[in-house]
Design a protein around this ligand. Structure first.
Ligand code: MG
Length: 389
């Protein structure tokens, strides 16, 4: 199987290479393309070890450096700037790019009629109406790498006719580092506090999203787009151990869940091997060690981002693109130390008040929505910052 990895130096990219490594010769994986933004040393090391046909580097200065170094050690590897080549070369493209920047890879993979192992939820959330028709292209399919959606994908297979039998989807949420805390007690939390995820080790953007429950909000929209289920039939359950990765309830009252220890290599291997099961085991449970599984309702007053996401999802059109863009700006501003944690939700809420109700039909419409939302969110963030100084 010819595998391309977009965002190979990020958390998902590195774990995909771990999956390939774990499979060894028996896995029949061939890494044909890697793409990175600007991490020169890391992508060069990956290329030297996996010997892909091409390496895509988006930053021009970084690209020149990568080309120079690989010329000495691996002159056959082409270093290029065009990420759409990933889908041309591979059977399956793992999209592990962070944020809206992953849209191009999502689009080109489906347009080329290839399997998209999707870890980049933002592209589907922002561009749902534009991505949906591409999924009808012969050979094009999305297998979710997000652990919750991968779980739902697995659970849905227990029904022969899930469109008829499905009652609701139950997305589980760890609750993040601030579960159980009041809004008042969260007023002055630091970036470091927010980056301490209790169960998952992930990149900074998604870790902050987990602390605000925006990650779960985005995943609600992602589930709506992936599985075509209405927002009324998608529930969120807080489950602090992150072992039940999500559940599906059927009309006869049965709930099917997928359980494993938190390990993204399981969803990655699932997406590569579907409809088969991977020969490598990741996250198998030691039942002698597992003492309990807890479930509770999310605190929607403290973690306002969850309902902001439901609202944007229900509005549809470009509203999810606005929400996701505003969130990216708010998170960047928070990580830079310019606004407080509880202002992330405020920035998004204020940005959404300017949403213009556009219905997107082209990628240009999505790009414009993203640009507009970022402009508003940046303006609102800097106003907040000024009033604090
Ligand atoms: Mg997830």
């Amino acid at each position: 199987m010819r595998v391309a990895i977009a965002g190979s130096t990020g958390s998902i990219g590195k774990q995909t290479l771990d999956v390939v490594r774990a499979a060894g010769d028996a896995g029949d994986y061939q890494v044909v393309a890697l793409s990175a933004n600007s991490s020169v040393a890391e992508v060069v090391a990956q290329a030297q070890s996996f010997k892909p046909e091409v390496v895509v580097v988006s930053d021009p200065i970084a690209r020149a450096k990568v080309a120079e170094q690989l010329k000495l050690t691996n002159p056959k590897i082409e270093v290029i700037d065009d990420a759409s080549q990933l889908a041309v070369l591979a059977d399956v493209v793992v999209n592990g790019v962070v944020g809206f920047a992953g849209l191009g890879v999502t689009m080109s993979t489906l347009k080329n009629g290839k399997r998209l192992a999707l870890a980049n939820k933002e592209s589907l959330i922002a561009a749902g109406p534009v991505v949906a028709p591409l999924r009808k292209i012969a050979g094009a399919e999305i297998i979710p790498v997000d652990s919750e959606h991968c779980a739902i994908h697995q659970c849905l297979r227990s029904s022969q006719n899930s469109a008829r039998d499905l009652s609701r989807l139950l997305l589980t949420a760890s609750g993040g580092p601030f579960r159980g805390r009041s809004a008042v007690s969260l007023a002055d939390v630091s970036v470091q506090d927010a980056l301490q995820h209790p169960t998952w080790s992930m990149g900074p953007k998604i870790t902050i999203d987990s602390s605000t429950l925006m990650n779960k909000g985005l995943e609600v929209i992602e589930a709506h787009e992936l599985f075509g289920v209405s927002y009324d039939a998608i529930s969120v359950v807080v489950h602090p151990q992150s072992i039940v990765h999500s559940m599906v309830e059927f009309r006869d009252g049965a709930t099917i869940a997928q359980l494993s220890m938190p390990d993204m290599k399981l969803p990655i291997a699932y997406a590569l091997e579907y409809p088969n099961r991977s020969a490598s085991s990741f996250g198998a449970i030691d039942w002698a060690e597992l003492s309990r599984l807890d479930f509770e309702k999310p605190d929607r007053d403290t973690f306002r981002c969850l309902d902001l996401a439901y609202q944007a999802g229900r509005i549809g059109g470009t509203a999810p693109a606005w929400l996701s863009a505003a969130n990216e700006v708010a998170v960047e501003t928070f990580l830079a130390g310019s606004v407080k944690w509880n202002q992330i939700a405020s920035i998004i809420e204020s940005t959404m008040q300017h949403h213009d109700g556009q219905i997107p039909t082209t990628v240009e419409d999505i790009l414009e929505a993203d640009r507009l939302a970022r402009t508003w969110a940046a303006k609102i963030s800097s106003n907040i910052k000024e009033t604090q100084v």
